[in-house]
Design a protein around this ligand. Sequence first.
Ligand code: UDP
Length: 453
Amino acid sequence: MNNHEPAATVESRSNNRRLVLFPIPFQGHINPMLQLANILYTKGFKITIIHTDFNSPNQSNYPHFTFKSITDGLFKSENRSLNLDTSNYVINFLNESCIEPFTVCMAKLLELEPVTCLISDALWHFTQSVADSLKLKRIVLRTSSMSCIPVYAAFVLGETSYFNTTVKEELALMTENDIEKIHKDRSEKGNEEVICSMIKETKASSGIIFNTFKELEEPAFSALSQDFHIPIFPIGPFHKYFPASSSSLLEQDRSSISWLDHQPVNSVVYVSFGSIAQMGEAKFTDMAWGLANSKQRFLWVVRPGSVHGSQWLESLPKGFMEDVGERGRIVKWAPQQEVLAHQAVGCFWTHNGWNSTLESICEGVPMICSPCSYDQPVNARYVTDVWKIGVMLDDEMNREETGIAIKKVITGKEGNEMRKRSKSLQEKVNKSLRNGGSAYQSLENLVDYILSF
Ligand code: UDP
């Protein structure tokens, strides 16, 4: 058996029925979709993954799945380099360019054997009409939090209905700055279009799976249940079933773990802004000085190309590494889930992508929040004001203030309180996943539901 093949027993009740899964080709979407595929495999389903040429998953890690590749047209265009400024444009592009290859691929699969259901990322909104035309059921995987849908609906699409629901108090927590950040990409071609189509075609689907658990987002769950007249399955966190290491597009630097092994308990700030966020040189330099001024230990993921105009660390202030010495370590990409589970990690300075936020919650690690755009400002606001397990870093903070804020979370009383609340959320996660817990039951319901098709 391959290392990444699920070790859990494969149940027989699904009688080898085939599911086709279709991930959006970005790291934060590939990870949850392949984890979901593994979860459903252990429930006895046969799995086919349709994927684009761009960012195709490493098939050798999944010998138990069938893979089908489709052309995406990206390499013929200037859209090849993906970052935060272009991703909605790329998503719209892919939703056009993949229609024909995906339809052909799906039709061929159906000629070979029956397919019980298509599970596609919510951002693949075109797949609903393909599924309809092929008389195929489609379930959607939404890889963000549940709470971000009402926020998007209210503040991006201008829908007022959510203001009368269980989330109204949480909507009121959104600051002008949060909304401005969500809107930052309004100027970007296609943001509203993506969100509008995503919500419309999700409502037209047969059900929606979330990588979250009900207890974490109870008000959003009940608000969505009223608005979306389809079954909702919050069966996460997926990575608690299977780690994301096998779907990593970049090589994870294992030396991060051996370095952490030598650091005291709760002493290290882990810093990572995910797989697509980019920043200017000035922000990068300020982050470096903030870390240096905090005088705390840190493990910092600097993805090559994530600083505008730099290959990797050229923009680091002169003498920075000498100044921090053994106290700091910089890597290109880390085994993040293992890092967050390490006892040496005392807090996570994050951009609050949903996977990162959830991974931090699962390990009871408090957060320092620096959201950039998309759903990140929503996730960060929930972390700081709803769950109270993190602090928001003000964009206007200078290097000294940043250093003080970091130090407070690692060593201060406030940080300790946040750590306690975070540990209690971690316990809720574990309970939810156990036999009889809400995520456990939701997964059982999902399997029964698919088997009813
Ligand atoms: N990740 C990782 N190593 C790193 C940084 C991130 O494996 O050094 C993983 C992380 O565990 C998460 C994903 O990349 O599963 C990032 O997803 P997220 O939703 O947090 O952010 P995005 O990349 O979509 O902005």
